[in-house]
Write a protein that binds this ligand. Structure first.
Ligand code: SF4
Ligand code: SF4
Length: 104
């Protein structure tokens, strides 16, 4: 998992709106980053199917992750609506980064 996390820090944290100019995360210890928190589940999803269509991975994220996260019974997530979920915000880049690590 370390190699994936390292790649995420290099590629995603570096451009994240919640990072400082050196790519360090500015979230407080009371806040949780969905990218970090759900990384093992996202990796499982990326490894579960082989496709270039990111929307297929995103559909699985909705089904397997969002349903147990902040999403309500109507599929509504206020963090998604406010572009305030890092996993959602950078999803394409996250998938691309994990796939690059797999390719070596
Ligand atoms: S919020 Fe998440 S993605 Fe953004 S800098 Fe912090 S750890 Fe990285
Ligand atoms: S979009 Fe909402 S429900 Fe889905 S992972 Fe992000 S915060 Fe959780």
């Amino acid at each position: 998992m370390d190699k994936y996390l390292k790649a995420i820090k290099q590629n995603v944290c570096s451009i994240c709106v919640d990072s400082n100019e050196r790519g360090g995360c500015t979230l407080t210890h009371k806040e949780t980053c969905a990218v970090e928190f759900y990384l093992p589940s996202v990796l499982e999803i990326v490894h579960s199917i082989e496709t270039d269509d990111v929307s297929k991975y995103h559909k699985l994220v909705k089904e397997k992750i969002c349903i147990n996260c902040h999403e309500d019974s109507n599929g509504y997530c206020y963090l998604h609506e406010d572009a305030n979920c890092s996993l959602d915000r950078y999803f394409s880049l996250i998938v691309e980064t994990l796939k690059k690590v797999d390719k070596g």
